[in-house]
Design a protein around this ligand. Structure first.
Ligand SMILES: Nc1nc2c(ncn2[C@@H]2O[C@H](COP(=O)(O)OP(=O)(O)OP(=O)(O)O)[C@@H](O)[C@H]2O)c(=O)[nH]1
Ligand SMILES: [Mg+2]
Length: 300
């Protein structure tokens, strides 16, 4: 498998998306050992990685399709990794998204891949991290990572993004405070999508209240109002994302110790989890239980 990975890494120079799709499957199946390939450890190119997250049905995919459209008009090469933990598919596209992204499937400047939970060695975030390194070899200008902002593993995935946009809808109003603890903190940019519905303004004000746009905060938090279905506000959002990206020195950002620490934890956590799940599933008695706990707990 390792030889195969090497073969497809070499093919990156031709930029063929079919080869990238193969490489992604190989990397996903191999897991962290794929990092032995120096090209994956230190890809020579760093695409701007944009995380798009938010509650189910907030309009993330519709927004992603608009972003692709805008950037394609500007001639950018765009990659998309759609992470869908509930999807039983691995490597296939999610049916609904296939329709939403339909305009872009035939476009040679756009590559779309979805990542389901099956076939991921060591968890979704581990697979996503490794796959995004492979994306870099195909020299995209922008890579969008769409995740549903629910569980811890989705938040983990967002640590790999250079800029994170949290997509909310007017109905999210009630839950902004509850969400604050996890997702709100990781967001650089907020999107109030479905702004054609009542309540968009009050949601925007609520976000402003929790994240005031004064002083230094104004540089790190911004709020956009969009209607993803008709493109209202999406061009401004697209421009702001790339502007933010331009302020980041991507190659040195990739080597940032904090980022590597997050990535290491995600890769290791996934492996530990599958290792210990296997051991736990072998428990047949209280004695087995005790033995596993004592043998596997770190020494204080
Ligand atoms: N009224 C309105 N509907 C929208 C808007 N944006 C998206 N929708 C609709 O909302 C539904 C969900 O959109 P998606 O783009 O699939 O949302 P998502 O966040 O990707 O959904 P999941 O990936 O399933 O979590 C679709 O029926 C869209 O047409 C908007 O701005 N206004
Ligand atoms: Mg979606």
């Amino acid at each position: 498998m390792s030889d195969q990975i090497g073969k497809y890494i070499k093919l990156a120079q031709h930029g063929n998306f079919r080869d990238l799709a193969r490489l992604l499957s190989l990397v996903e199946a191999t897991g962290p050992k794929a990092l032995r390939h120096p090209e994956l450890l230190n890809p020579g190119h760093a695409a701007l990685r944009l995380g798009i997250t938010g509650p189910p049905g907030a309009g993330k995919s519709t927004l992603v399709a608009q972003l692709i459209r805008t950037w394609r008009e500007a001639g950018a090469r765009v990659g998309v990794l759609a992470v869908d933990p509930s999807s039983p598919f691995s490597g296939g596209a999610i049916l609904g998204d296939r329709i939403r992204y339909a305009d872009h499937f035939a476009d040679p400047g756009v590559f779309i891949r979805s990542l389901g939970s099956r076939g991921s060695l060591g968890g979704l975030s581990a697979s996503a991290y490794l796959m995004l390194r492979a994306f870099d070899l195909w020299k995209f200008d922008v890579v969008l990572v769409e995740t549903v902002g629910v569980g811890q593993s989705e938040i983990d995935i967002l640590h790999v993004a250079d800029v994170v946009a949290l997509v909310l809808v007017p109905e999210s109003g009630d839950s902004v405070q509850a969400m604050k603890a996890g997702l709100m903190e990781i967001a650089d940019v907020f999107v109030v999508n479905k702004a054609d519905r009542p309540g968009a303004e009050s949601l925007a004000r609520e976000i402003e209240f929790y994240f005031p746009l004064e002083g230094a905060a104004a540089l790190t938090h911004r709020i956009f109002r969009t209607v993803a279905t008709d493109g209202t506000g999406t061009k401004e959002f697209a421009a702001a994302l790339r502007e933010r990206g331009q302020q980041i020195n991507l190659p040195s950002h990739r080597r940032d110790p904090l980022r590597l620490q997050h990535e290491a934890l995600a890769l290791l956590r996934g492996q530990w989890e599958s290792h210990f799940r296997r051991r736990a599933e072998a428990i047949k008695s209280p004695e087995d239980f005790l033995q596993l706990i004592l043998a596997s707990s770190p020494q204080p």
